[in-house]
Ligand binder design. Structure first.
Ligand SMILES: [Zn+2]
Length: 430
């Protein structure tokens, strides 16, 4: 191949025609140029890292091939030459949210639609807790689908018989059944084991300590963790003594006491997903307008009224969350709700309980990634998957600003939010 050297005089006079043509056909510049960069540099935003460290003001974030390759204050980060640039001055970047408690449909198309609805509102990963049955939930879990959050799940959860309720979970009455259920789940390689310890207001025989101790013991023997749906303080204590790994709800029947706090302090790895109930106060839901059909929004708004009994229930759980957060318990995040927007209500409820907006964002990102054992997402850090949300306003000033979503990126790709909302508002799937 004929290559003109930089120091070759660029006279063409007298060169044979063939040589001229070859020289013209050779598109390489005289010197070997670097490959055009595939990176994108996001500049000027405030970055909330998601690990509890101080936000980075006027940050530079470099994303390449779906990952953060550099994150830091402007001037401290080397930016690749020729990279695309995106100006995010005045915006706040947070890690994509992680909802560790959902109950999605289990049929492929509906499951992916539910995941996309979460993604639209900034969620990058979600975990089904115990009604996850059939082949599709395992297939979707194993796939990486553009624009779709990661999906993890507990498979079939474990409970005592609850006639009239869902029959998807294992209904166990003996220790042997408890262990067999866990062995089946372990063979399916579920992400966590879910149990329900709740008599549902006296309707059912609650799972006994003998049974949940067997579940937890068998799970731990298979390298699986167990998360519990609970209601009563007494059961929460028993579960801690039996080695439970996480709570999928807070204590709901009364304020936690010193004995409970002491049990938590002795078990610093136990995770609380507060999963608060609604506050029971009328809320302005107009921020959802343009993202869900108007009649659906009108129905939601009409249902958002003051409910004193709900306020009381929220009060118990909010006080418990505030105290356990003060005591340093690990707080993660889950909604128990399939609506895409539910994470934003839950975050506001957690702040209303007394956590700071920053603590809540860490719970909903870094802490939840750790809880789901997703070690390459949940924070805006070099090396992690570029799963992040660009907000038009600062959620540290007002947690409701998490709703001011300008863009959602999963694995470095911007979600086509306009196309999604058109699909849903146009009545395509609903
Ligand atoms: Zn649930």
């Amino acid at each position: 191949m004929i290559r003109m050297k930089a120091d070759t005089p660029r006279t063409t006079a007298g060169l044979p025609l063939l040589l001229l043509l070859l020289a013209a056909a050779c598109s390489s510049p005289p010197e070997v140029a670097p490959e055009p960069s595939t990176a994108t540099v996001y500049e000027g935003a405030r970055v909330i890292v998601g690990d509890g460290s101080d936000p980075i003001e006027n940050a530079t974030v470099v994303v390449d091939e779906g990952r953060f390759v550099a994150v830091g204050a402007a001037g401290e980060v080397e930016t690749p030459e020729g990279a695309a640039q995106v100006d995010l001055t005045g915006r706040t970047v947070i890690p994509a949210l992680i909802d560790t408690h959902v109950h999605f449909p289990v049929e492929r198309e509906a499951l992916i639609d539910a995941l996309e609805r979460k993604a639209y509102y900034g969620v990058g990963a979600a975990m089904g807790l115990g009604r996850d049955v059939g082949d599709d939930v395992y297939a979707v879990r194993a796939e990486t689908i553009p624009g779709v959050p990661r999906y993890r799940h507990a498979g079939r959860g474990i409970t005592t018989p609850e006639p009239g309720r869902t029959e998807i979970p294992y209904w166990i009455t003996t220790e042997e059944e408890a262990r067999t259920a866990v062995q089946e789940l372990a063979a399916l390689e579920v992400d966590i084991v879910k149990i329900w310890v709740d008599d549902r207001g006296g309707q059912f025989e609650k799972m006994t300590p003998e049974l949940y101790t067997a579940v937890i013991d068998e799970a731990h023997q298979h390298g699986l963790r167990v998360t519990a749906h609970i209601f009563a303080l007494e059961d929460a204590k028993g579960l801690l003594l039996a080695g439970i790994d996480a709570f999928a709800h807070g204590v709901r029947d009364q304020d936690v006491d010193d004995e409970f706090v002491e049990l938590v302090r002795e078990r610093p790895d136990v995770v609380l997903v507060p999963n608060l109930p609604g506050r029971g106060v009328a809320e302005d839901l107009s921020w959802l307008s343009g993202t869900i059909p108007p009649d659906e929004l009108a129905e939601l708004q009409a249902g958002s009224v003051d409910r004193p009994e709900a306020q009381e229930s929220f009060g118990i759980q909010a006080r418990n969350l505030a105290r356990l957060n003060q005591e340093g318990m690990r707080i993660a995040f889950g909604t128990d709700g399939n609506a895409g927007w539910s994470p934003h209500l839950e975050m506001a409820d957690m702040v209303a309980s007394g956590m700071t907006p920053h603590e809540v964002i860490v719970a909903a990102t870094g802490n939840s990634a750790a809880f789901m054992e997703l070690d390459d997402t949940g924070t805006v850090e070099a090396g992690k998957s570029a799963d992040f949300v660009v907000l038009e306003a600062n959620p540290l000033d007002d947690i409701a600003n998490t709703r001011a979503i300008e863009a959602v990126y999963l694995r470095g790709e911007a979600l086509d939010r306009a196309a999604l909302s058109e699909r849903w508002l146009g009545g395509g799937t609903q």
